[in-house]
Design a protein around this ligand. Structure first.
Ligand code: AGV
Ligand code: CA
Length: 308
């Protein structure tokens, strides 16, 4: 049955980048939130191959109760592309392959779709972004006037007082990948007045995928999304350390009460060995940052959200 958004639900546009399985599960999670009015989903071609990522997104939305939400592939290009094996893993959403129902395509490239949806919006929209900021930056370049339609950008990205996760020749390791993929796009957003709420590695480091979580998930696989999550994390095992990066980010939309927030001043490094770093700077750009989370309550909430 299609999910009905609650009266007064917050309008949200989701921009994910197809990371397996984090971005897909975050998409299902947002689609399942009754306090969210989901206006569309954009797929940024970053941590994925765009065709399988768009297809998986279109099959996930009906499964999560939102069969009519439009999906738009963005056509932005990287400064620093993701490693090939990570991108290839976007093909592996096995439980979705036999599903026929597909959410519609928007009929515009993602950046144009974003700009249009913002133009049409009658109330300020929250942009939930679980990949690079490139598509949003491109949408603002197409129509700078839509900036005032954005209530805030909720963004998985950055590393403030902890090491980054970029391991590349010539890089010093201080950057998080969603910034590093396109540092000028992040820098462009830093020049706007849009309220930014970041979910950086500082906080996502506290929510790893654990063996205990997988065991609890395994007992819930009679529910379709829980089954999907279990299989997705199973096929991803061996790819290295996994965290609930994007899932923690979007959890804030439904459960802000689980988080504390702090404000920091930062700048984006766009050149050299630290490119993509979100560096503290006095008189830098003020951003709000998800600071601490009630970890066990988050895990519990995630499992319950997947059990319906
Ligand atoms: O840096 C975290 C971001 C999140 O948006 N992504 C993964 C999440 O979707 C990039 C990333 C870091 N390590 C990775 C990543 C890995 N081992 N595999 C794939 N993507
Ligand atoms: Ca991502």
């Amino acid at each position: 049955m299609p999910l009905m958004a609650q009266d007064g639900a917050q309008p949200v546009l989701l921009d994910h980048d197809g990371g397996m399985p984090d971005d897909y599960l975050a998409t299902a999670l947002v689609a399942g939130m009754a306090n969210v009015d989901l206006l569309g989903v954009v797929v940024t071609p970053a941590d994925c191959e765009i065709r399988p990522a768009v297809l998986a997104t279109r099959r996930l939305l009906p499964l999560a109760g939102r069969p009519r939400v439009p999906v738009a592939p963005s056509t932005v290009r990287p400064v620093n592309p993701f490693p090939e094996p990570w991108r290839r893993s976007s093909r592996r959403m096995p439980p979705l392959l036999d599903r026929r129902a597909q959410a519609p395509l928007a009929g515009f490239p993602g950046q144009q779709f974003l700009a249009r949806q913002l133009e049409l919006a009658t109330a300020p929209v929250t942009l939930a972004v679980t990949g690079p900021l490139s598509t949003i930056a491109a949408a603002l370049a197409l129509n700078p006037a839509v900036e005032k339609k954005i209530r805030r950008i909720l963004w998985m990205g950055g590393a403030i007082d902890v090491p980054g996760n970029v391991v590349e020749p010539g890089h010093d390791g201080s950057a998080e990948w969603n910034v590093y993929w396109d540092p000028p796009a992040a820098a462009a957003l830093w020049r706007t007045a849009i309220p930014i709420l970041m979910c950086p590695l500082d906080i996502t480091n506290s929510v790893p995928l654990t063996r205990d979580f997988l065991n609890r998930l395994k007992s819930l696989t009679s529910f379709p999304i829980a089954a999907l999550a279990h299989r997705a994390y199973d096929t991803s095992a061996g790819d290295g350390e996994l965290y609930f990066w994007d899932l923690l980010t979007v959890a804030w939309l439904a459960r802000p009460d689980l988080f504390s927030i702090r404000t920091v001043e930062t700048e984006i490094v766009t050149e050299g060995p630290s490119q993509g770093r979100t560096r503290r700077a006095t008189s830098g750009r003020r951003v709000d940052v998800l600071h601490q989370v009630d970890r066990e309550a988050f895990y519990k909430w995630l499992l319950s959200a997947w059990s319906k």
